[in-house]
Design a protein around this ligand. Structure first.
Ligand code: ATP
Length: 255
């Protein structure tokens, strides 16, 4: 699909985003601009509020303060399924890869979901044949051609994660949220998945929480650092990684 000429460069933004849990402020005054065609990393020490920000953006949590805009629409009061339908998709929302189904079958199931949050099993797998061309496109794009007829349970850990990303892409999201996509992977898989993320970000925005800073340095265009729920620094990796406050947050005594 061609990139729309009038597509705003900033596709997802948050202003003054905040979340309190019973008097404890987990996220405070977070401004975020996620751009089309870019990979944006959200990093920070444990408990910094990264997961809470993801949950706020996908509407799994209701913000205590602030607003969220997706493709020009205020989604602050929208429900998770509506937000997914509008094009903001988080990987784990549909990462339920079915172990006994093949790569192709998993993608056909993903492709027939109306909004990525529900699966209809009333259709037989064979009736989904019309979805094969798009499924094969995704399989080729993610380098899974060789494994098209392999059951998900027989894939390596890294390829399983690639299949998860493929099932997410079945929804053609405008903004893809990835929650630690490299977690638990070996070096080789990290390299493969990093290449895939770079490729899929060409025609969408990607926001990812990632602890592997060499991956962040390699593929992310913009980095936002959270600490104790607030933005500590934001910018490209070179700028952020040399910021003394960021270095203290990661290596200092109070991190
Ligand atoms: N439902 C909740 N109720 C109370 N406190 C919560 C809740 N969810 C998160 N918190 C707190 O909010 C803070 C931020 O947590 P969050 O999980 O967002 O951090 P994180 O940056 O994702 O951490 P990690 O890297 O360890 O996953 C933590 O202090 C956590 O204990």
């Amino acid at each position: 699909m061609p990139v729309q000429q009038d597509q705003p460069r900033v596709v997802l933004s948050a202003r003054g985003l905040g979340k309190d849990f019973a008097g404890f402020t987990a996220v405070n005054d977070v401004d975020l601009d996620v751009e089309h065609g870019r990979i944006h990393a959200l990093i920070g020490p444990n408990g910094a509020g990264k997961t809470t920000v993801f949950n706020l953006l996908t509407k799994f949590l209701t913000p205590t303060r602030g607003s969220i805009t997706l493709l020009g629409q205020d989604i602050t009061a929208r429900k998770p399924a509506e937000v997914a339908r509008l094009g903001l998709v988080r990987s784990f929302q549909i990462s339920a890869v079915f172990p006994h189904l093949t790569v192709l079958e998993n993608l056909r199931v993903a492709l027939q979901r109306p909004n990525g949050l529900a699966t209809q099993f009333w259709r037989s797998l064979s009736s989904l044949d019309r979805l094969n061309p798009r499924a094969d496109e995704l399989i080729a794009q993610l380098g899974l051609t060789e494994y098209r007829d392999t059951r998900a349970m027989d894939l390596s850990y890294g390829r399983k994660r690639v299949l998860e990303i493929a099932t997410t892409l079945a929804l053609d999201p405008k903004v893809l949220l990835l929650d630690e996509p490299m977690a638990g992977m070996g070096l080789e898989d990290v390299r493969t998945v990093a290449g895939i993320i770079r490729d899929v970000a060409r025609d969408r925005a990607v926001l990812m929480v990632e602890h592997n800073l060499s991956v962040v340095a390699d593929i992310c265009d913009r980095v936002t650092v959270l600490q104790r729920g607030e933005i500590l620094a934001s910018g490209d990796y070179a700028t952020v990684s040399t910021d003394p406050r960021v270095r203290t947050a990661y290596m200092g005594t109070d991190a």
